[in-house]
Design a protein around this ligand. Sequence first.
Ligand SMILES: CSC[C@H]1O[C@H](OP(=O)(O)O)[C@H](O)[C@@H]1O
Length: 349
Amino acid sequence: MTNTLSLPRSVEWEETHITLLDQQLLPGKVEYIELKTIKDVWDAIVTLKVRGAPAIGMTAAFGLALAAQQYETDSIDEFNELLQKDKDYLASSRPTAVNLFWALERMVNSITNVTSINEAKTTLVHEAIRIQVEDEEVCYKIGDNALSLFKKDDRVMTICNAGSIATAYYGTALAPFHLSRERDIPLQVYACETRPVLQGSRLTAWELQQSGVDVTLITDNMAAHTIKTKQINAIIVGADRIAANGDTANKIGTYGLALLAKAFHIPFYVAAPLSTFDPTIASGEEIPIEERNPEEVTHLHGQQIAPDGIAVFNPAFDVTPNELITAIITDRGILKGNYQEGIQTLFNN
Ligand SMILES: CSC[C@H]1O[C@H](OP(=O)(O)O)[C@H](O)[C@@H]1O
């Protein structure tokens, strides 16, 4: 895997703190902040300074490792109690992306057999780094598999940001676009701005520009007209949680794009690592959908754009039923057809 790209990285472990790209300041400012406490990490996840399912999981893993370095106890049992408390605290930051809970569970399980406090502290750091390194390798494979579904000059639509800054590197839905630059398979990307937090205009448009990908920004309500008039060939999106039957939670607006894909008879792809699957839930009905601060809808960069006292519904995600998904692209291959069986096979091997 030769990395000739120079994409921004969302998070880095620095021993005494975590360095984080503050995604709330993009695209105007490319600024990195230092997270020195577990509260800093929790706040960064809640306020979307770091966002994107895999990036949330990685950052929480680093946050748990950082907190554990400060534990002052000689008892392994007490160490584990402190770790469980901090794990539960970080797990309270956001409810939908299963990567957060997957990463935290993996971190706690990593010290099951340690015999000393120092070994526990070192193991936690190494496990968090392993999660990040593995995610970069996984995203490369997702990009490789996704690119096989596109041909030269295809016009592809996407929503939100499932890019390099939402993962360890490369991204999931955006990975094929970054790799297409390296392999001279020019693609045209149409990025939905993704109200209300604007991950599409602020992050995806910026990220794809950084790697020289041909990207055009549209507002979310332009999607149908754009698919028709620009003859979009396919839609590809990320995921925050995929149920055992393939129902997929992703950024609000994704379900609408899936319905448009069906109406226009074009493929609708979901790109995701195995850490975004939740085989413990049967269907999308069980996926918790985060509802966020109404001010994300009533204000734009601090400017009020709706009347005082207006009622607001601000779900951050929606669930696309599996029957609207043409294929789920993973690092282990491309799932099509009976997702229940395909996902079961993925997790049994
Ligand atoms: C590979 S990122 C997956 C996913 O996360 C984003 O949500 P948010 O920006 O609220 O964290 C979006 O749904 C992406 O598709």
